[in-house]
Design a protein around this ligand. Structure first.
Ligand code: NAP
Length: 342
């Protein structure tokens, strides 16, 4: 199987390469793609030296899978071209997520949505991803009427430039040097919390990230009528998003039942002994693929509402790992183009 990794030099792309290797993805060949700036660079991968290739009609031929993480513009132009050339694209950008012909898939939650794909499959945004891994089992068991989610998102969610910006600001503060002007975010991110993730487009009073969380959650869970309200904040954490979710179920669900349900569900680990200081933190998500849930408790203002604290690694489960899991599902379910034609 030939696999293309588009955006291979970026925060998500480099993690996709790691995850492909860690999970022994059955690739005969992996080709990293990035912009013209990186063309010709070599990347060490699984004991091989891979040469970064530019996107061009002749370089994109003959792939079975193309994992994309190079931003929406690149996905808009190149995902259909890879698909026309015979690959199934798994796209991390927001470009195709809400398109009605494109399944939006979280491996543990709605893998059957892959049936009938038309060459492009989308990965949800990282905050939605970790949240629905926890919401999926609750929806199946007790139904969900409404979710209010508030996120505390790490800078790696914005990519490599944001990681560098936080490093630079922390460094300047520690060494009493002149503070560099913020370039990636509208304000200083070091030692600060910004109630803005992405942009307020066309005068909207919700950010594009908040809109994505609300729409994508409904699409993945297949519940157009579910109430979802999101507030997304950026915090000075390098990796690991945290989400506080207030979940109103249709049927009664006690915190004990919820703990047991989530502990037995795929992709989730419950860490919930607050009296002993045990709950998930962003740092706990380092290097992990499972979504961590704790602080499961009754909302005292509503007898069918629970509060949960949900932590996930935005670069791994929030992006790279889910993309590779989707590629695995496409392969084992015979949903690659070559398998379908045969
Ligand atoms: N970071 C996260 O936690 C996360 C989570 C979910 C989804 N995503 C999505 O994944 C995508 C990438 O995010 P990231 O954080 O990895 O960003 P990033 O660190 O800035 O990396 C961007 C990648 O895209 C490549 N690229 C840029 N312009 C290109 C072009 N014209 N042609 C080909 N390649 C091009 C870059 O190559 P060069 O090195 O050559 O510039 C780099 O490899 C975005 O759509 C983002 O929304 C990110």
């Amino acid at each position: 199987m030939r696999v293309a990794v588009v955006g291979a030099t970026g925060a998500v792309g480099s993690t996709m390469l790691e995850v492909l290797h860690e999970r022994s993805f059955p690739a005969d060949e992996v080709v990293p793609f990035a912009s013209e700036r990186s063309a010709g660079r070599t990347l060490d991968w699984a004991g091989q030296s891979l040469t970064v290739t530019p996107l061009a009609d002749d370089t994109i031929q003959g792939f079975d899978i193309a994992l994309f993480s190079a931003g929406s513009k690149v996905s808009e132009e190149w995902a259909p071209r890879f698909a026309d050339a015979g690959a199934v694209v798994v796209d991390n950008s927001s470009q195709w997520r809400m398109h009605e012909d494109v399944p939006l898939v979280v491996a543990e939650v709605n893998p059957d949505a892959l049936d009938g794909h038309k060459g492009i499959v989308a990965n949800p945004n990282c905050t939605t991803m970790q949240t629905v891994v926890a919401l999926g089992p609750i929806l199946k068991h007790a139904g969900i009427e409404r979710v209010v989610m508030s996120s505390y998102q790490a800078v790696s969610g914005t990519g490599q430039r944001a990681i560098d910006e936080l490093h630079g600001q922390v460094d300047a503060q520690m060494h009493a040097a002149e503070m560099p002007k913020p370039e990636v975010y509208p304000h200083l991110i070091a030692f600060n919390v910004l109630p803005q993730v992405e942009t307020f487009k066309d005068g909207d009073d919700y950010t594009t990230e908040e809109r994505k969380c609300m729409q994508e959650t409904r699409k993945i869970l297949g519940r157009d009528d579910m109430g979802v309200s999101a507030t997304c904040a950026r915090v000075p954490v390098f990796t690991g998003h945290s989400v506080s979710a207030n979940v109103q179920t249709r049927d009664p669900l006690s915190p004990e039942e919820c703990r047991e349900l989530l502990a037995g569900s795929p992709g989730l680990t419950v860490i919930d002994d607050p009296a002993n200081g045990l709950y998930p933190t962003a740092l706990d998500a380092a290097g992990r693929d499972d979504v961590l849930v704790g602080r499961i408790r009754r909302d005292p203002s509503h007898d069918r509402c629970l509060n949960l604290w949900i932590v996930g690694n935005n670069l791994r489960k929030g992006a790279a790992t889910n993309a590779v899991q989707v590629a695995e599902l496409l392969n084992v379910r015979g949903l690659l183009r070559a398998a379908r034609v045969a």
